[in-house]
Design a protein around this ligand. Structure first.
Ligand code: FES
Ligand SMILES: [Fe+2]
Length: 356
């Protein structure tokens, strides 16, 4: 069945806001060191910093004195000090110290917003909305610490609305773009499950991704070595993030940080499974940790290459929309209709339709 995405809807979806009442990923743990860093989540500039215990804090990235960015400053005794006049804000966002305060002056009672933030599975998760952050759990990545999984992270920075990226990830027919670079071929959408919080698209594919011999990984690089076998290919939009599995051994996720209507940052994480190598599991934990850490990023070239190809297409879609919003798209993949429905539903729940 052919489904036409009409102009009116198309314009709507590409300018739809986010539901802020979720845990978004704003940075990798390794990106936040001693100095404060600035991130942006859906138009909100946020400063992230660590206290002396290594705990992460997130505040609005503006000094209440004259509105410059706090992220230009430094962390002093667990408080953040503005670069301009040296005012210090505590971790709750209260003005805590002004270096030139006269004896007859009171500390200004100004306060900036503090965001719920947590460090989990190698990433910094931030809750943007006003709802109770405990009402929903961050997605999390159980494989991140697991000794049987080797992670590779590719950072996606694309000048496009987040809907283009999630549609790309949910549409397994775009394997055409990647030629022989993917771990599977001949994907066919079999069914879809959806509700107000997620879309699960069930595809069947031919896979050559079975990491049961040391040489298995070489199939990714040498098509002649491939042994195809049918595997279920599951792709899920677990709002606001994405998770995919191919059979038992393959898992890949994408953690979203939508920045604006035309800018999206995301982290694509691929896990190589060592589950089949049972002899390895009997070795001392310290050695297994060493193997895991040493092999971190081993699929980097491959993953970055895939991301580059996708980003070119996604940014062209965005540009085309900006130049010709009147043009129709014609979509054959039902999963994308479900994805757009979920985006609209969540924006409605968050009541953040962008208007300006
Ligand atoms: S602007 Fe930040 S201390 Fe003055
Ligand atoms: Fe892709």
């Amino acid at each position: 069945m052919q489904t036409s995405i009409k102009n009116r809807d198309r314009a709507h979806i590409r300018q739809t806001g986010i539901n802020p009442n979720h845990w978004y990923v704003v940075a990798q743990s390794r990106e936040v060191k001693q100095d404060p860093i600035s991130v942006t989540l859906w138009h909100q500039p946020i400063v992230l910093f660590r206290d002396s215990q290594g705990q992460i804090h997130a505040l609005e990235d503006r000094c209440p004195h004259r509105q410059v960015k706090l992220s230009h400053g430094q962390v002093v005794n667990d408080w953040i000090e503005c670069a301009y006049h040296g005012w210090r804000l505590d971790t709750e966002g209260n003005c805590a110290e002004v270096p030139y305060l006269a004896d007859n002056q009171k500390l200004p009672s100004c306060k900036i917003r503090r965001y719920p933030v947590q460090e989990l599975d190698g990433f910094i998760w931030l809750f943007l909305g006003e709802d109770n952050p405990d009402s929903i759990a961050p997605l999390g990545l159980p494989e991140w610490e697991h000794l049987n999984y080797i992670a590779t992270v590719s950072i996606i920075n694309c000048n496009a609305h987040y809907s283009y990226l999630i549609e790309n990830l949910m549409d397994m027919y775009h394997g055409h773009l990647h030629h022989n670079w993917q771990a599977w071929t001949d994907a066919k959408l079999e069914s879809i499950d959806e509700d107000d919080s997620r879309v699960d698209a069930h595809y069947q594919a031919q896979s050559y991704y079975r990491i049961d011999k040391i040489w298995s990984i070489s199939q990714l690089f040498f098509p002649a070595l491939r042994r195809l076998h049918p595997e279920p290919l599951e792709v899920s939009y677990v709002y606001p993030h994405w998770v995919s599995t191919l059979g038992q051994d393959f898992k890949i996720c994408c953690l979203f940080c939508p920045i604006s209507e035309t800018q999206t940052r995301a982290y694509l994480i691929h896990f190589t499974s060592l589950n089949a190598f049972w002899r390895l599991h009997k070795l001392p934990v310290g050695f297994r940790r060493f193997v895991k850490d040493s092999l971190y990023g081993s699929a980097q070239k491959l993953l970055d290459g895939l991301v580059r190809q996708d980003v070119v297409m996604i940014e062209e879609e965005q540009q085309s929309f900006l130049q010709h919003p009147e043009r129709n798209n014609y979509e054959l993949n039902r999963a994308l209709v479900s994805v757009q429905r979920l985006i609209r539903k969540q924006a409605e729940l968050g009541n953040t339709e962008f208007s300006c």
